[in-house]
Design a protein around this ligand. Sequence first.
Ligand SMILES: [Zn+2]
Length: 500
Amino acid sequence: MAMALAVSATAAGLAPGVAEEGDFSQAEIVEEVWLDDTETAEEAPEPQEAAEGEDAGADSGGTEAEEAGAASVETGSLEVETVELAEEAGAASEETRIVEVETVELAEEATADPSGQGLVDSVETIPPIDQRLFIPSYGSTYTTQTDGSSYWTTPMDITDEDAVWKMLMDPIVVLDTGKKSTEKTQTFLYREPDENSKKVGVVTCESQGVRVIETLENGWSLIECYSSSFHATKVEAWNLLVSGYVPTKYLKTVKPDQTLGLVIDKLTQRVYVFREGKLWTTLMCSTGLAVWNGTKYQPYNETRSGEFLLMSRVGTLTSDNLLCSMAIRFNAGDMIHEVPHTKNGDGSRNYKRAEGKLGTKCSHGCIRVQRKKTPEGVNMTWIWDYAKNHGRIKLVIWEDWQGRQIPVPPDDMTLYYNPKKGEYYHRSETCYMAKNVTFTPFQYGQLEEGEFAELDHCPYCVPALRKSEIEEINLQYGPGRDHDELLTSLRQGYYEYLKE
Ligand SMILES: [Zn+2]
C-alpha cells in the first residue's frame, strides 16, 4: 500500500542547495548556455524520412547534421551552489523533536472516503476516469489552500482540458530568498515557524511552485510541495510530499507564459503539450528511475514531482559518451532535454540506446523527450525554440501515485497503418515516419487481431499503448501493490530521521 507523507508542521537537514545534474554522475561536464542574442539555435535536423516504403528504416538516427543548441554554445562549468544557510537557515540546531508522521492510506480508503478530508472537494462529476480522484496533494492532511495555483487540487485527468489549461495558466508561488537567490538555489521547509527547528524538506528557489496552506502573523507561512531532495542533501525526503514553514517574505507570485504549458505524467511517461487551451500534441519521455547502480542506491534519481517554470536554456549536457541536447533547467539539477545520443565513429549521432527506452523510466532525474516530430511538428527542438521567445513556461509533473490507472481507449478509436509493408500502427493519418504514404484506418479493438497484432507502436506520432500493455502497467499500480519497492524502502531513512 502506498503511503503519502504528511509532516505535521515541520522540518530538518543541512545544506542541500546542491544542483546535481539529473542525468549524470558527478564527473559530468556541463555546458552552460545562457540566453542571449548570439545564440543560434539552428533548426534541428529532421529525422530521416522513409521514402515511399514508409516505416522501414525511417530512423537511422545517426545521420543528423549539427544540432540545435550545441552550435554556438558558450561553455562554462556549472557551479554547484550551496545555499547560504548560515543566515537563512540559522545554524541548524541539533534540537530533536518528535515529528508526527502520519501515513495516510491512499489506495482504497482515501479515495473512497466521501469525507475525504476535503481533498476531493473540487472534484466535480466529470468523465468516469479511474484516476479522477488523484490530485498532486493526494494524501495531504491539509484541506485548505490560501495561495498557489490550482495544480495542487486539479485531478490528474488529461482529458479535462479546461481544468488542465487553468492549472497551467494559473500564477505560481515560488520562493525567492533574496540576496543571491537563483534557479540553482535551494532552501528548507522547517517543522515549525523557527529556523532552529528541524528541516523537513527542500525546495528549489525561483522555479518550484509551492502550495501555501497558511500564512501566520509571525512572518512564517506553512507550505507544501514535493521535496526537491538531491543526492547531497541531508533531508532525504526523496520526492516525498512534505509540508513545513518558510519565511513569508520568501514567497513570490509569478505569472507563467499564457500560450503554452507542459504536463509530464510519470504514470504514462508522456509529455502533454497544451496550447491555446487545448491538448495539442503528445510526446514520449523518460523520467528518473531509482536504482542500485552497482555501487550505491540512487533514490534521488526519481524525478521530483510538482509544478515548475522552465528556466535557463542550458544547452548540451555530456557524460562520458552520452550527449543530451537542448537541456532546459526547471528544478536545480533536473532538466528537460532531448533523448540522449552517442557519437558514431564517423561523428554521426546514434540515438538507439536511449530512444528505445522512451515511454519508460530510466533517467537519473532529467526528463528525456523524443526528438522525432509528432504530426503537429513538435519534438524537443520545437520546445527548445519556443522557450527562447516566450516567458516562463509552466511545466507540471504528475506523481504516479499508487492506485492510479491508465484508461483503456475505446475499441472504436481509429488508428492507421500501411497495409504495404507497414511495421507500425499510428495515431494520426499523417505521420513524419511515412510522409508520402496513404494510411488505412482500422480500429483499436482490432489491434490484437491478425496482421494488426504484428504492428509496433509508432515512435513519431505516439499512438495509445496496446490494451495488454496498459493492463500490465495498471496491475503494477494497482491498489495494495507497490510499483517501486526499492524507492519505498529507501525512503524509510527519512521517517527515521524525523523521529531522531
Ligand atoms: Zn506514426
